[in-house]
Design a protein around this ligand. Structure first.
Ligand SMILES: Cc1ncc(COP(=O)(O)O)c(C=O)c1O
Ligand SMILES: N[C@@H](CCCC[NH3+])C(=O)O
Length: 422
């Protein structure tokens, strides 16, 4: 039986496998909580992007905030991808993974001067600038470094991506990007400033988007702007359409990436912009369904109002349920024949919001292990040390092989650098 979301995750008999690796066996070997990723699933998620852009001048910049493990970055770099970064730390990871900084776009509303300097020295492809104030600072930093910063303005097209309010980014009320109405003036200002060269235009309207409509609306708004900007004599080369394509957590039916890209390119061509290089910044859709979080059942705790299944993974390991009330499917690593009982699956952290799943029918006993599915994106990358809990280990599966790609954080690591009062 194959589970929804990933063709690489399936029961063989009663045991759950990711590619050709038994997840229960991996959990036994490396301990829990444990993140496990399938490289084949990542490459399979990338393939429709590559198909959609075949024959076109393009760059797929993996939005590494979704999952910044070095082995994941290596996987995408070797497949030809660039990266969308939002911090100096992410840039250092790109460099540590041996990837090409010349394929990096640098987004984010709060870039510091130090981050700008480092990115200029590394030679990133483009800064996606999010305010006029940032333009002025970037110009000063570029001049001081004796370099030219290639820029796109991230335009806020005021389009509703119809997603969770915390992950919607393209509305007037969101902090991201330069208002559509102010973009032309900002490009004019950029043209006056030393050290800057306009390379393109950028937008990103949100995450976990499951219909093509908002993308096409945003594209139209962006192309309107490009036409207005070029009418003033300025030129732009590339269009960066951001990321945001959703995945299937339960019954969502997002469009396939190649279908979405097909409609976007058709619109781009129809409006006479077919000569432009197109960038995209997908994150979740490349990794979300390529990973699982493995956890062990510590205690079953029947209650009057609720039954609790207390596991050893918590909101510090996987924040999405607590933060967005996100539904993430939970399945046992070895199926039992007993009648399922309805549980809230909760972690050891001292917060009532520390749950991974609510009202889940599970046939489990203490000591059994579970997988939280679709945990390849915004899961380990959002982990924290709350309650002084070390972050989980990570394993990358390739066929029958499974390699530890990040060690479990030890408790000693957690207060390294702290000092007792003198
Ligand atoms: C600027 C930017 N690009 C790309 C992404 C990637 O989004 P997603 O993981 O939804 O594809 C994000 C996150 O929403 C983002 O903020
Ligand atoms: N962290 C969010 C996605 C954020 C997208 C970044 N702008 C999630 O888990 O769904």
């Amino acid at each position: 039986m194959t589970l929804p979301g990933s063709p690489f995750l399936a029961y063989r008999g009663k045991e759950l496998f990711l590619e050709d690796c038994s997840l229960d066996e991996l959990a036994g070997r490396h301990g829990t909580p444990l993140y496990v990723y399938s490289q084949a699933a990542m490459l399979a998620a990338l393939a429709p992007y590559q198909r959609g852009f075949a024959g076109r001048d393009h760059l797929i910049c993996y939005a590494m905030k979704a999952n910044a493990n070095l082995a994941v970055l290596q996987t995408f770099a070797r497949a030809g991808c660039g990266f969308d970064i939002v911090s100096g730390g992410e840039l250092e990871r790109v460099l540590a993974a041996g990837a090409d900084p010349g394929k990096v776009v640098f987004s984010g509303v709060g870039k510091t001067r130090a981050e700008m300097r480092r990115a200029l020295d590394a030679g990133v492809l483009c800064f996606n600038v999010e305010s006029e104030a940032e333009l002025e600072v970037l110009s000063q930093v570029a001049v001081a470094e004796g370099r030219t910063a290639h820029i796109s303005l991230r335009v806020n097209p005021d389009v509703d991506a119809n997603t969770h309010p915390y992950i919607s980014t393209g509305l007037k009320g969101n902090k991201f990007g330069i208002a559509h109405d102010g973009a032309l003036a900002a490009y004019r200002r950029a043209a006056e400033l030393p050290g800057l060269a306009a390379a393109g235009i950028d937008c990103h309207i949100g995450s976990q988007i499951t219909t093509p409509g908002p993308y096409l609306d945003a594209l139209d708004r962006v192309l309107d702007l490009v036409e207005a900007i070029e009418a003033t004599g300025l030129t732009l080369q590339h269009l960066d359409l951001g990321g945001g394509l959703g995945i299937r957590y339960t019954d969502e039916q997002p469009p396939a990436a190649d279908v979405l890209i097909g409609s976007l390119l058709q619109r781009i061509d129809a409006r006479g912009h077919g000569h432009r290089k197109v960038l995209m910044e997908p994150g979740r859709s490349l990794v979300g369904n390529a990973g699982v979080l493995l956890t062990e059942v510590l205690y079953l705790k029947p209650g009057e109002a609720k039954n609790f299944c207390v596991v050893d993974a918590a909101m510090n390991d996987l924040m999405r349920p607590a933060m967005y009330q996100a539904y993430m499917r939970i399945d046992p690593l070895r199926q039992r024949d007993e009648t399922p009982v309805t549980y809230d699956v909760v972690g050891p952290v001292c917060e009532s919001g520390d749950w991974l799943g609510r009202d889940r029918a599970l046939a489990v006993q203490a000591g059994d292990r579970l997988a939280v599915l679709s945990a390849g994106a915004y899961s380990m990358s959002m982990a924290s040390n709350y309650n002084t809990r070390g972050r989980a280990a990570e394993v990358m599966v390739r066929g029958t092989e499974a390699q530890l790609v990040r060690e479990r954080e030890s408790v000693a690591d957690l207060f390294k650098g702290e000092r007792l009062l003198a």
